[in-house]
Design a binder for this molecule. Sequence first.
Ligand code: SF4
Length: 230
Amino acid sequence: MDQNQQAILDGLAALYPDAGPELHFSNPFETLVATILAAQCTDARVNQVTPALFRDYPDPAAMARATPEEIFPYVKSCGFRSKAVNIINASRMIMDRFGGQVPSTLEELTQLPGVGRKTANVVLAFSFGVPAIPVDTHVFRVANRLGLSDALTVEDTEEQLMALIPREQWGQAHHWMIYHGRRVCHSQKPDCEHCPLRPQCKSAHLDHMINPKADARKRAQQRKTKAADG
Ligand code: SF4
């Protein structure tokens, strides 16, 4: 890790000292279901629907007996019907192949319907205490913009981050980047102007390229102001 990258990690740690999971869950099954539901949905929305879902379908056995028609009404505000189907099919596989227990290895978790590497890593990290860096869209974007990685895929980003960041910081670093992505380094409109990591960020001077439309608007506004000032 070079000095600049170290400064970025120190900066993220200072900015988000209390960063942690924003999804609510209390066991591996809830972690799995909540993370499946969180794909292309906000954590806040997922947290609204899971209390009723977990009350009525508290474990893989109960969920495995359900039909998509029964589950979809609980989760429809989180998006696709396929999420209900995946949750049920994952529960059935947990019952059939894993003795009713959510498995605790990456290889087994990624066999479950609807469970990719990121979801599996979330379950491993937060329910089984296995050090992991789940790379979602925020981590992928922020890590690459900041220069903590320079990968084209989430798999390579994960590999590069694990090689760069000390193992004991993996869990926290994942949250730091999610928090920064949600609060400052937005996908469409990164707030480079007010970003505390601007001095270290390799993309800060490219904010006009990250966000060409907003930059065009900003320049148009500046031209107008200048003209008005005479
Ligand atoms: S300076 Fe801009 S691109 Fe870099 S981390 Fe901050 S918001 Fe993101």
